[in-house]
Design a protein around this ligand. Structure first.
Ligand SMILES: NC(=O)c1ccc[n+]([C@@H]2O[C@H](COP(=O)([O-])OP(=O)(O)OC[C@H]3O[C@@H](n4cnc5c(N)ncnc54)[C@H](OP(=O)(O)O)[C@@H]3O)[C@@H](O)[C@H]2O)c1
Length: 247
């Protein structure tokens, strides 16, 4: 354990499962005080006792697509634990679907959660971070933010959005003490794939390759690495792939 994260207040969205839950647990092992946020309170309450310092953590049900709820999350987090040192934005959805099948509700949901949700996260924490002259915004993007995958056109577009957003934010906040990181995982063993209902797209593009994919903890280690660097060091992007599935 390094001392870099001890007593730091870190908000993790999407903390009810998968990568977000793994990030929350690893942050707690590093001594951070963690605010667990997602929509499903029961799932958050199952993750919380698994945290090393569960008494130093809090649970706040939050829908990231609702700007008011994101603002309230940060207000309550600050009232409970103090100013937010870092935000890890893990909330996201992914639907394998073919454009020709025009599954507009899935397109819109992807934009709502992955794009507008990311903006709501930034809007909720950025002013306070700039005022305090320190802070770190980490977004779990994807290798699909670098490469467009067939069957994942809208998802890839949403992750390109968060990549561009993070680059712009990084350029604008240079000199303010704020850091901006994207972590870009390849395939990770989580529930994310279960959202997809377009059988044709899954059949064509969503089949496992047979390679060992990443575990959520493999991604969490990259987040901890980015968050625990010295003040003057910025980790801008981390691409983490299964060894046998390079992009
Ligand atoms: N798994 C992969 O292969 C992979 C690869 C690259 C990138 N990623 C990215 O990693 C992130 C986490 O995904 P995961 O793989 O860990 O999948 P996951 O286990 O399905 O986690 C998704 C999380 O997002 C939360 N969420 C969804 N909609 C939300 C909303 N409107 N408001 C608040 N929280 C919301 C879910 O919680 P609730 O349902 O409780 O709200 C859940 O905690 C996503 O951004 C995904 O794009 C995943």
């Amino acid at each position: 354990m390094s001392e870099a994260l001890r007593d730091r207040v870190v908000v993790v969205t999407g903390a009810s499962s998968g990568i977000g839950a793994a990030v929350a647990k690893m942050l707690s092992e590093e001594g951070a005080r963690v605010v667990l946020a997602a929509r499903r309170e029961d799932a958050l309450r199952e993750v919380q006792p698994e945290l090393e310092a569960s008494e130093g953590s809090v649970v706040h049900t939050t829908d990231v697509t609702d700007r008011g709820q994101m603002g309230a999350l940060v207000e309550r987090a600050e009232a409970d634990l103090g100013p937010v040192d870092a935000l890890v934005n893990c909330a996201g959805v992914m639907y394998f679907t073919l454009m020709k099948n025009v599954r507009v509700e899935e397109w819109e949901r992807t934009v709502e959660v992955n794009c507008k949700g990311a903006l709501n996260c930034v809007g909720a924490v950025l002013p306070g971070m700039i005022e305090r002259g320190r802070g770190h915004i980490v977004t779990i993007s994807s290798d699909a933010g670098r490469v467009v995958f067939p069957g994942l056109a809208v998802y890839s577009a949403s992750k390109s959005f968060v990549e561009a957003l993070s680059k712009g934010l990084r350029l604008e906040t240079a000199g303010t003490g704020v850091k901006v990181t994207t972590v870009q995982p390849g395939n990770v063993a989580t529930d994310l794939l279960d959202l997809s209902g377009d059988g044709e797209a899954l059949e064509l593009y969503g089949q496992p390759t047979g390679s060992k994919v990443l575990d959520p903890e493999d991604v969490a280690r990259a987040v901890i690495y980015a968050l625990s660097q010295p003040e003057h060091v910025a980790v801008n992007e981390v691409l983490v792939e299964p060894r046998d599935e390079p992009v």
